[in-house]
Each structure stands twice: as C-alpha cells, then as structure tokens.
Design a binder for this molecule. Structure first.
Ligand SMILES: Nc1ncnc2c1ncn2[C@@H]1O[C@H](COP(=O)(O)OP(=O)(O)OP(=O)(O)O)[C@@H](O)[C@H]1O
Ligand SMILES: [Mg+2]
Length: 391
C-alpha cells in the first residue's frame, strides 16, 4: 500500500494528478465549482484507503447522517472511516491529536471556525488561521490531509491567495456541471508535475475514471458540419484529442460579441486579429463564439490553428474533413510555428482513426514519417494553406 511514503487512493487518475499518490504529511487543497464532485471524490477514495488506513472525514457542510447516506450511495462502507460533523477547528485538531487517524479530510475549509477570532467563517482571517491550524496539526503527526476549498464567483479559490501558498498541492476540478465530464488538474504540486490531468465522468454511483479521454471528448462530434475542428493537445505526458467549435454570425448590435469557453478570451481576440490582418478572413462585423467541447480548458499555443480553422469553417460555412486533425501555433505575422511532442500528437490522432494531420511545415523535419505510413502529414506554412488543406 505504501510506496515511497505515498498512499494510493484507488483512483489512478487522481494518483496521477497527485504525482503518484497522496504523500504522507502533505496538505492538499481540492477546489472547484459547487456540485462539481469534491465531496464525492473524497468519500469515494475512502473505501480503498480504508482497507489499510484509518480515515477521519470532517464535514462542516452536511450532517453525519447525510454523509453516511451519501457514502452508502457511493458504495463506501469501510469500518475505518470515521465521520465527524464539526466546525470548531480547535476541537478538530484535538480530535486528530488523540485519535491519530492515518488520513484527514476537511470538507470544507470555508465552513471551519477558529473560535478565538471574532470574524465569521469563510472570511480571509478565518480561512487562513484554520488552514494553519490543520497544517500544524498534520505536519507534526506526519499524516496527510485533504481540504476542500470553495471558489468565488470568478472561479478563484475563495479566501486569501495565501491559502494556496500554505498547502503543498492545489487540485482543481474543472468541467461543466451540466455535462458529465470532470477534469481534475493540479495547479500547484510540491510533489509532482502540474501538467497531468485526470478525466472522470459523474454518474449515479459517483465519479468514474475515463480510460480513453480522447474518445470521450470526441463522442457526439457532428459529422460534416461547419465550425468544428479536432486538435491534439498535450496534457502533461498524455496527448488528448479535443473538438474546438467556432461560430461566426451576423452581429445584431454595434460592437460584435466575442465569447470563449475553455479557451483564453484574449488569445481568441488575437487570433481573430491575425486572421483579419494577415489572412484576409474578415470577422469585424460578426459575433464570434468559441467553445472547447467536453468542459475541457486548453491553453496550449498548439491549439491556435484549430481555433482559427473552426472559426473560418463557420465563417465560410465549409466543414472541415472528418478524417483531419489540425494543430500549430499562430504567430503575429500569420506564420505557423512548430509545436512540441509532434509524434505523440500524430500517433494519438491515428489511434482514434484519423488519417490526415494538418501541421506546421517546420514540424515535418521533427517527425519520422516512416513511422506513420497510414496517416497523411500535410505541412502548411500559413493559415490560408492550413484551411485549404483541412476542407
Ligand atoms: N442522489 C444522486 N444521484 C445521482 N447523482 C448525484 C446524487 N447526488 C449528487 N449527485 C451528483 O453529485 C454531484 C454533487 O457532487 P458533490 O456534492 O460531491 O459536489 P461538491 O463539489 O462537494 O459540491 P459543494 O461545493 O456544493 O459541496 C451533483 O452535481 C450530482 O451530479
Ligand atoms: Mg461538498
């Protein structure tokens, strides 16, 4: 069970994001929108952890009975799981010191209260002091603790930035609550890489790991429709295919609307400007919308070209070929710049049944084409060439 002071959680996607499991004595913050699955994932790992370890799950949000009901629904019945409904952090610390559990979970840090302070729970001071109290307690006992953190309406972790400095790792749950996919990402990790993601879907019996995320991200992709383009992004060590959707439509009002979901808004504005100035595709009188399907957030420059192609495809109402994957970074001069991990992107595309890759011409020299006899590699030099090769 214990491997280099790391506890496996029974969810390999979570272990991957943690850098190989939960490090003994570490403090992990898990955050995300309401209802995204923070409490669910914590309860779920209790079954596996509870085989050899004693777990204390402290909730300030739900009663012990509610949590037991939920645990039952998730199939968690470990006798090693102790549930405590409590918000007084000093009492909780004492409890931890006397009971000495092997793992502590606090749901959520914003509901905890340090009685000596007169500010209300969830305030900056309270959150900081409660986190410090837990930190002292678990570091001295060398046990790991996982804290749940709420987000404010801008999506940032509620409370002081200092919270993120105190803890060893910050995991963030992304995804659209309306959709079933949930993506877990490390935004900070003192014990591992911050590039790895874990992909889950939420069902009746809790979160399920997705073994083949590319396939999941592409499921339901419209055939022969304009305004959609598949790309290959690198998420840590794994390539992942994603569908980018663009919509350009006549604007009803003075200033055209621009909206991006799952992609940086400013980067989208920049790409539109380059398309207009350098490639002769005009969006100025049009509303432009962009969406990355599946609740995924992509922020790699290699996605630029697929963003451009999805928007142009909508503008021209010309579908991108179903068998084609597009990637490449766009420079301000409209040139295409090469991207990293080219062979991994191409092989993932091939694995998912694609037979054509449109990529920056410069990248062709980094790839051994003989390794990919069944996939056409189309090197292009600018956006216009890329569009012609994609449709
Ligand atoms: N009885 C149920 N049957 C099926 N799915 C459920 C059920 N109860 C909850 N869920 C799913 O679990 C999700 C809630 O997950 P969870 O309570 O773990 O979220 P959370 O991140 O802890 O939210 P909060 O910040 O509000 O505590 C819901 O969005 C829903 O999809
Ligand atoms: Mg919860």
């Amino acid at each position: 069970m214990e491997n280099e002071h790391r506890y496996r959680t029974g969810l390999s996607e979570l272990d991957r994001v943690l850098g190989g499991g939960l490090v003994k004595g570490s403090l992990v913050l898990i955050s995300g929108d309401p209802g995204i699955g923070k409490s669910t994932i914590l309860l779920q790992i209790c079954e596996y952890l509870g085989r050899d370890l004693r777990i204390l799950y402290v909730s300030g949000e739900e009663s012990a009975r509610q949590i037991k009901l939920r645990a039952g629904r998730l199939g968690v019945s470990s006798p090693n799981l102790r549930i405590l409904a409590e918000t007084d952090i000093q009492l909780i610390s004492e409890h931890i010191r006397t009971e000495k559990p092997d793992v502590v979970m606090i749901d959520s840090i914003q509901t905890m209260n340090y009685a000596d302070l007169n500010s209300s729970p969830g305030s900056v001071t309270q959150v900081r002091e409660c986190t410090n109290a837990i930190l002292r307690c678990v570091k001295s006992l060398d046990i790991p603790a996982i804290l749940v953190g709420h987000v404010n309406k801008d999506g940032a972790i509620a409370g002081p930035k200092v919270l993120e400095h105190i803890v060893d790792a910050v995991l963030y749950f992304e995804g659209d609550r309306q959709m079933t996919y949930r993506i877990l990402r490390a935004v900070k990790n003192r014990y591992g890489s911050t590039n790895e993601i874990g992909v889950f879907d939420m069902g009746e019996s809790g979160l399920r790991q997705i073994e083949n995320p590319s396939e999941a991200m592409l499921s339901g992709r419209p055939q022969n429709a304009s305004g959609t383009c598949v790309t290959a992004v690198m998420e840590g060590t794994r390539p992942l295919l994603a569908e980018i959707q663009g919509l350009a439509t006549a604007s009803g009002y003075g200033t055209p609307r621009r909206m991006a979901t799952g992609f940086d808004y400013n980067r989208m504005a920049l790409i539109l400007a380059v398309l207009e100035k350098r490639a002769g595709f005009f969006f100025s009188g049009l509303d432009a919308y962009l969406n990355v399907v599946g609740g995924l957030r992509v922020d790699e420059p290699a996605v630029d070209l697929a963003v451009a192609i999805a928007l142009i495809s909508s503008l021209k109402d010309t579908p991108v070929r179903d068998d084609t994957v597009v990637f490449g970074e766009i420079g301000l001069a409209g040139e295409l710049r090469s991207v990293s991990h080219i062979e991994q992107r191409v092989s993932e595309s091939f694995r998912l049944g694609f037979t054509r890759c449109v990529l920056p011409a410069h990248n062709l020299k980094n790839i051994d084409a003989k390794r990919f006899p069944d996939i056409q590699l189309l090197g292009v030099r600018n956006v216009r060439e890329a569009f012609e090769a994609s449709v």
